[in-house]
Ligand binder design. Structure first.
Ligand SMILES: Nc1ncnc2c1ncn2[C@@H]1O[C@H](COP(=O)(O)OP(=O)(O)O)[C@@H](O)[C@H]1O
Ligand SMILES: [Mg+2]
Length: 242
């Protein structure tokens, strides 16, 4: 097994005397889709914000590509991208114009070719000239994903990428993400509180509760360790036992 792309050790974030993330450790391997699962308030977004260097950890370390994020920030973040279904963007622009803005911000070369590639990969042909404001929620999710992969990142952090989607479209997005992962060898960390989705989509799952890792492994491993038939039941069992 190759060395991990992302290595997190004893990561902790306190806001005043409240501990949002409490000494968590995990790694993300090359080409892996890792799911960060947990109820609202578990510490998922706080974890992603630390991985993106947006907030400073209270304790612990983050290494990516073998380097320390606190000392190699720019070099690391150049190879990383992020998407959230809650991010806003210039809604008056068309889909294609939005992608051009991102391409320019990152100084990409061969912009038209790269935009064509991503539009094809995420099956956005029929709405590439549509004004962003008029997109359906599934189309909007595809655009946010397209913006995130346009820059050819090696690691993608997705905070609730399927949050506002109906189940049908969420399934489609999952397939597209798996396809991107396959073709680009990308590593993905994504968060969700939807256990069915996690089960279907992740190679491995980190189960967070009140800032702590309460279980990790493949969905199968977690279910058999807790003697349950699905993740929902594992979750209920953990909640009952506090
Ligand atoms: N800037 C902040 N100041 C104080 N508390 C915060 C701040 N950001 C997050 N929290 C708290 O930390 C906990 C974890 O939040 P978050 O990481 O957003 O959880 P999740 O994404 O899993 O729903 C929550 O109780 C939240 O209220
Ligand atoms: Mg969150």
């Amino acid at each position: 097994m190759s060395s991990p792309i992302v290595e997190v050790k004893n990561l902790t974030k306190r806001f005043g005397d409240f501990t949002a993330v409490d000494g968590i450790s995990f790694e993300i391997r090359r080409g892996e889709i890792l799911g960060l699962l947990g109820p609202n308030g578990a510490g998922k977004t706080t974890t992603i914000q630390m991985l993106l260097g947006l907030i400073t950890p209270t304790a612990g370390s983050i290494h990516m590509f073998g380097k320390d994020l606190s000392t190699h920030r720019e070099e690391i973040l150049n190879q990383v991208n992020f998407s959230s279904s809650y991010i806003s963007m210039p809604y008056a622009l068309t889909v294609e114009e939005n992608l051009k803005v991102v391409a320019r911000l990152y100084g990409l070369s061969e912009v038209p070719r790269r935009i064509d590639e991503v539009v094809k990969q995420l099956e956005m042909e029929e709405f590439r000239s549509k004004v962003t404001r008029k997109l359906s929620s599934g189309q909007m999710t595809r655009l946010t994903l397209a913006k995130a992969i346009l820059t050819n990142p090696k690691v993608l952090f997705l905070d609730e990428p399927t949050a506002s989607l109906d189940p049908d479209i969420a399934h489609k997005i999952r397939d597209l993400l798996k396809e991107v992962r396959r073709s680009a060898g990308l590593s993905v960390l994504y968060t969700s509180h939807n256990m069915k989705e996690m089960e279907a989509m992740s190679d491995r799952i980190i189960f967070l509760q009140r800032g702590k890792v309460v279980a990790q492994g493949t969905a199968q491993e977690i279910m058999s360790r807790f003697g349950q038939r699905d993740l929902e039941e594992v979750f209920l069992k953990l909640a009952r036992e506090g």
